[in-house]
Design a protein around this ligand. Sequence first.
Ligand SMILES: Nc1ncnc2c1ncn2[C@@H]1O[C@H](COP(=O)(O)OP(=O)(O)OP(=O)(O)O)[C@@H](O)[C@H]1O
Length: 289
Amino acid sequence: MKLEIKGLTKAYGKKQALKGLNITLTEGVYGFLGPNGAGKSTFMNILTGNLQATSGQILYDEEDIVKLGRNFRGILGYMPQQQALYPNFSATGFLSYVAALRDMKKSRAKERIPKVLSQVGLSDVAEEKICSFSGGMKQRLLIAQAVLDEPKILVLDEPTAGLDPKQRIAIRNLISEISAGKIVIIATHVVTDVESVANRILLIREGEMLADSTREELNASLSGHVWELQVPEEQLERVVGREDYLIGNISREGKILFVRVISDKEPDDYVFMSVRPGLEDVYLYYFKE
Ligand SMILES: Nc1ncnc2c1ncn2[C@@H]1O[C@H](COP(=O)(O)OP(=O)(O)OP(=O)(O)O)[C@@H](O)[C@H]1O
């Protein structure tokens, strides 16, 4: 199974939202990481057939997905960002509705619905109304509808938006569990969403790919560039204002501040130590925010 994105561009009038993406995806979990406006939604909308590319193409096993049309959409599961759920439906009712929209056979829907509800841990509330669900339960139901027809390609848009840390972990673990044998694309600007689950991380900014690598390789690329400084509080403003420093987390112990700094050169002020880079440092380095 192979998905090839070849020279994909999209312009909205004069705005160039995608500037020629080239990516080849095989089975695995891919984190599309980029700030707001990077072009993630535009890419996903083209992949799901909701938007036409300006140029370039996407091939699924050598065939153009536009030509494959319904056949391609049949193997695609999509979890949208908005909680597009009907509050008065039960979980089962909602999934039956989705099955009908997808033209699934009634017998198959009947067999699949309890299975996916069990997979996402919602069997106990299968007949409860969606309006009584927590944010995490709603996200799990959205994942359930995306995997209902056993898609080969699963696209998740900000899957942990609005969730607390415990629910985020639960959703990430669920993604790992259901990803076997699929191409899973997670689009997000939340580093922790992809840090532990993605086999490959693609950094996207202003419609361009900045990096396409494993987490380990990305972290290693910053090795020797991340430092922690111990700064007296009256000096913080000066340190933070230095143009040669990118500032990460700042924490305080009494009058001393621990400042995480990304810098091409070894810092020349205050006690410092070199620290192991993480994906958040990589994000800061590439996106300077
Ligand atoms: N319908 C549109 N008309 C004009 N410009 C658009 C349209 N949709 C998106 N854009 C622009 O294209 C660029 C990419 O937007 P896109 O929504 O794909 O980014 P994104 O990475 O998904 O961001 P977000 O996380 O905020 O959804 C942005 O500069 C955006 O303003």
